[in-house]
Design a protein around this ligand. Structure first.
Ligand code: GLN
Length: 549
């Protein structure tokens, strides 16, 4: 039987619960335990797939095609494991299951209620991943902040499990904030006291309190928190702001978060944590030997979380190349023919981001043209790849009005068209082409040089595709399909033959980059950007424009 660790958050949102949960998981994994993490989100959407990135940040897609919370991305990047649909549960999904069961007659004769029916379904899902001996530890992160009305059923389910499972099989970690008041020159514990009180009113006593703080906690302060919050002083953990999220596991190890959890769970046979590769990565990340500037061309750039996995992939790829990757956000809506030179000429590489809808696409097309004509390393992801295809049609193949039917349904040159299987789809939730699909790579291509294999699988989230009717025209003019789905012939990768590094992919490679397995296209893209930057070293270039991510 697995043991269960619950991570809750208090005082405010955005404290980094996902990072603390992933760091704890990393440490337990490094000590030889089999660990997985899941996230329970209190909103009513069945999944975050239908939410705007401004609302919820990036939608992370798993191998099995689940549209999930971006914290699952952190779990995979830290643990180097795959998560699945089962690792992200929302209130919407819980209610959907219970209501469907009610309609089928599963509760005939009964009044269906929050307690026990909703809480039973929550408990079933909380325990689910720990049922088949695959894992020693299942960590459950509970979204939202303690005190929110909507997370109450999750907390209640956790409370019941604390009593139903053997005492040594559950641990509750509560993450709070210890604010520093500048005027008083003091760290304040009152918000934490209130948050723990609120949690106790909901029937749960935390075993461990992790305190986010910008200043060190004194032993005196830890003693005070322990006293007011009914935990041992050793179970008050300091979580100082770190320069990178990848340092947090080491900070937590110093504070013995893993050991305190293991003590509560009565786990005694464990080895010292094996973190050699993690530390090597951190060293390379902290002491880079060179630097490149990459432009991220997107329309959601005001919100960092919208492109989370892309930014993290750059961190992994930078470390491999011992190169600091400075990502500059360039808003695609404001790029025009007349300012493109000024906006992009300081860059060493260009990444055109994924997206939906027509806002900002013309700016993306103009940027692709700039990269193509100036031998600037180019990497297009999903919509970014589609923009590269449209740019080529318009400016090389002479089809002035070429477009995607997503933006212009009446174009006479639909070089990007809705997939056949999508034509009858009307519902929006979970209906895109989602998850892992295979792709065969063309021998001798840049893609082959990058992946070193002839067959790969990558994850997807799209409805439109390259229109194969135009394939031959493209090939003759120098844009080739170097990766295709073996079954459907869907174009997965395009590249330009006469360009030093120009690649567009229909899939989302950023979803599979981890600390221990950096994604190869990102790695080679940064390498190409380094070479470009060296080549340009003698040239006068303008200062970087745009906001540094
Ligand atoms: N909107 C495009 C499509 O659905 C691209 C999607 C994306 O970039 N994720 O095909």
């Amino acid at each position: 039987m697995a043991k269960y660790i619950f991570v809750t958050g208090g005082v405010t949102s955005s404290l980094g619960k996902g990072i603390i949960a992933a760091s704890l998981a990393k440490l337990l994994q490094a000590r030889g335990l089999k660990v997985t993490i899941q996230k329970f989100d209190p909103y009513i959407n069945v999944d975050p797939g239908t939410m705007n990135p401004y609302e919820h940040g990036e939608c992370y897609v798993t191998e099995d095609g689940a549209e999930t919370d971006l914290d699952l991305g952190h779990y995979e990047r830290f643990l180097n494991i795959f998560t699945s649909q089962a690792n992200n549960v929302t209130t919407g999904r819980i209610y959907q299951t219970v209501i469907n069961k009610e309609r089928e007659g599963a509760y005939l004769g009964k009044t269906v209620q929050v307690i026990p029916h909703i809480t039973d379904e929550i408990k079933r899902r909380m325990l689910h991943l720990g049922q088949d001996n695959k894992y020693d530890i299942v960590i459950t992160e509970i979204g939202g902040t303690i005190g929110d009305i909507e997370s109450l059923p999750f907390v209640e389910a956790m409370r019941q499990l604390q009593w139903e499972l053997p005492q040594e099989d559950t641990v509750v970690v509560h993450l709070t904030l210890i604010p520093y008041l500048k005027a008083a020159k003091e760290l304040k514990t009152k918000p934490t006291q209130h948050s723990v009180k609120m949690l106790s009113q909901e029937g749960v006593n935390p075993d461990i309190i992790v305190c986010r703080t910008e200043k060190q906690l004194t032993p005196e302060l830890k003693r005070k928190i322990a006293l007011f919050c009914n935990v041992r002083q050793e179970a008050v953990i300091e979580a100082m702001d770190a320069s990178t999220i990848y340092e947090v596991p080491l900070l937590m190890m110093r504070e013995k978060l893993d050991l305190i959890c293991m003590k509560k769970m009565n786990i005694t046979d464990h080895k010292e944590p094996e973190l050699t590769r993690w530390k090597e990565f951190l060293d390379k990340l902290k002491y880079p030997k060179s630097k490149v500037t990459i432009g991220l061309i997107g329309k959601y750039i005001e919100l960092q979380d919208a492109y989370k996995s892309i930014l993290e992939s750059f961190i992994h790829a930078g470390a491999v190349n011992e190169c600091q990757v400075q990502v500059v956000n360039v808003h695609s809506e404001f790029i025009t023919d007349s300012n493109v030179q000024e906006k992009l000429s300081s860059l060493d590489g260009l990444l055109v981001a994924p997206g939906f809808g027509h806002r900002g696409v013309e700016g993306k097309i103009i940027s692709v043209k700039y990269a193509r004509e100036n031998n600037l390393p180019f990497f297009g992801i999903c919509l970014g790849m589609q923009m590269a295809v449209i740019e080529f049609a318009r400016n090389v193949l002479g089809m002035q009005d070429a477009h995607s039917t997503e933006m212009d349904p009446d174009t006479s040159n639909p070089v990007i068209d809705l997939m056949e299987e999508q034509k009858k789809v009307t519902a929006k939730g979970g209906t895109m082409r989602l998850g892992a699909y295979p792709c065969e790579i063309k021998p001798g291509s840049l893609a082959e040089k990058i992946y070193h294999v002839s067959s790969i699988t990558e994850r997807h989230r799209h409805r439109w595709e390259f229109n194969n009717q135009y394939l031959e025209q493209y090939r003759q003019a120098g844009m080739i399909a170097s990766g295709k789905n073996p079954g459907s012939d869907l174009v997965e990768i395009v590249e330009l033959t006469g360009h030093p590094f120009f690649i567009g992919v229909q899939y989302h490679p950023e979803l599979k980059s981890t600390v221990e397995n950096p994604q190869p296209i990102f790695v080679h893209f940064i390498k190409a950007a380094k070479e470009y930057s060296e080549k340009m070293a003698t040239k006068q270039r303008p200062a970087v424009q745009g906001e540094i991510a």
